[in-house]
Design a binder for this molecule. Sequence first.
Ligand code: GRF
Length: 202
Amino acid sequence: RRVAILISGRGSNMAALIRAAAEPDFPAEIAVVISNRVDAAGLQKAAASGIAVEIIESKPFGKDRAGFEAKLQQALDARGIEIICLAGFMRLFTAAFVQRWYGRMLNIHPSLLPSFPGLDPHGQALRAGVKLSGATVHFVIPETDAGPIVMQGAVVVKDDDTPETLSERILGVEHRIYPDALQLLAKGLVRLEGDLCRTSTV
Ligand code: GRF
């Protein structure tokens, strides 16, 4: 399956996906990395791995989300993309774009959803005093950080954690579960039943 990774920044999840997909038996190929920001650090990493990169700036489109998405869709079509992985992509989509990619677009969020969606999930987790947190890979629906959950991984929250230390520990989990979740989707081993994602036993 041909995959596009969409980024806006650092790209550590992108790098984890590229690394996993480089294995000969991985069922998906990272065909392109697309950034909506020229200054995304992940772009260099992707190029260094020999992956095609494209910059489709969202800023010039302002509030014209559909305009940006039309350009994005063109790029995805041109490369025959079948699956989209959002990896730190900081731009919301219209319901129409989400609908078009429903069941074929994944996102990763650094909390055990449905707890702590949105901004500063690490700070939210620390303020709530939870003893476990983690990361979630989910199908994208129009609501932010919601949608059928494909995979989760947990970490212990320590009393002396800061948003930075917690984020670092969760990132380790993110880099493990995102490739695993993509693998399941690419192999057709996850299916949607209403609002829930079911995994076939291998
Ligand atoms: C990750 O924590 C991801 O879960 C969230 O944004 C961050 C992106 O980090 N959606 P990176 O760009 O993958 O390093």
